[in-house]
Design a protein around this ligand. Structure first.
Ligand code: PMP
Length: 268
């Protein structure tokens, strides 16, 4: 950490010209890794950025990070930027060398105490740009939303646009009503979560119906259950939204089942 250096003119630093991925590690093994690399490729190509190295080299890097840090449980963060060049909005003339950085963080993911109690969520305006399907490091709007949540004693902010929840500041958003899971459909308005994708498949196999459509905060207040998904939180129950208790303030049966299924497949 003390030896890694990034140039002052790196476009990631100057203009948030970078994309990233966060993959979970459980029992020393990567979770949903292929999906994360697929999304990285898509983020890079949508921004017309180059790969920093081959996919095989990235795989090796991830495995080396686990080995050298003796990582049993936590996450690997990796980021690619367009590289360093004289500051300008347009792409640098000629090829710049993409910058690649990565690190690990030890985290208690499987036995996260929040999963037992459930978390609190507030709603907050969605201030982001219109290409939220690209996982960029341009995170100021989510930062403001998350901070607003923390300042109100909640763990996540559900961002609202045109009267409907788009997603969490760092997670996808779900409610459960009459046994059906409701979550917003994929589009440029939200990030296609890798955990969301895995969960959709597991739910289908288990016969849990998922309806993909936008929902309002009012619908969420009246839901039987609510939850969020992300690579580092997996499937996380929500027990309060804007101060209103959901499902009697306890994680409900559908979310508990889905978390269990996800953990089982992830090798927990
Ligand atoms: N939406 C947003 C805005 C996010 O930042 C994240 C976390 N990367 C997610 C959804 C969940 O995606 P994933 O399951 O791939 O972590």
């Amino acid at each position: 950490e003390s030896e890694g250096k990034v140039a002052m003119f790196d476009r990631g630093f100057l203009i948030a010209g970078g994309v990233y991925e966060v993959s979970a590690v459980i029992n020393g093994k990567l979770v949903d890794y292929a999906a994360h690399m697929e999304r990285l490729g898509r983020s890079l190509s949508e921004l017309r950025m180059g790969w920093p190295c081959t996919r095989a080299e990235l795989d090796t890097m991830h495995h080396e990070l686990i080995r050298r840090n003796d990582l049993k449980e936590g996450i690997i963060y990796m980021q690619v930027t367009r590289g360093a060049a004289d500051r300008a909005f347009n792409f640098p003339k000629g090829e710049t060398k993409p910058t690649l950085i990565a690190f690990t963080q030890v985290m208690n993911l499987v036995n996260n105490p929040n999963a037992v109690t459930g978390v609190k969520v507030i709603t907050t305006p969605d201030l982001r740009w219109s290409r939220r399907d690209i996982k960029t490091v341009m995170l100021l709007a989510p930062v403001l939303g998350k901070q607003a949540a923390y300042e109100q004693g909640a763990q996540e902010g559900w961002m609202v646009e045109n009267g409907h929840v788009t997603e969490g500041t760092s997670s996808n958003a779900y409610i459960v009503k009459d046994g059906k899971v409701i979550t917003r459909h994929l589009s440029n308005e939200i990030l296609a979560g890798c955990t969301r994708r895995a969960l959709m498949r597991l739910a289908k196999e288990e016969g849990v119906e998922i309806v993909e459509r936008p929902f309002t905060p009012e619908e969420a207040y009246a839901a039987d259950e609510a939850f969020l998904t992300s690579a580092s939180q997996f499937v996380m129950p929500i027990v309060e939204i804007d101060g209103k208790r959901i499902g009697g303030g306890q994680p409900g049966p559908v979310v508990r089942k889905l978390r269990e299924l996800y953990l089982k497949e992830a090798g927990a």
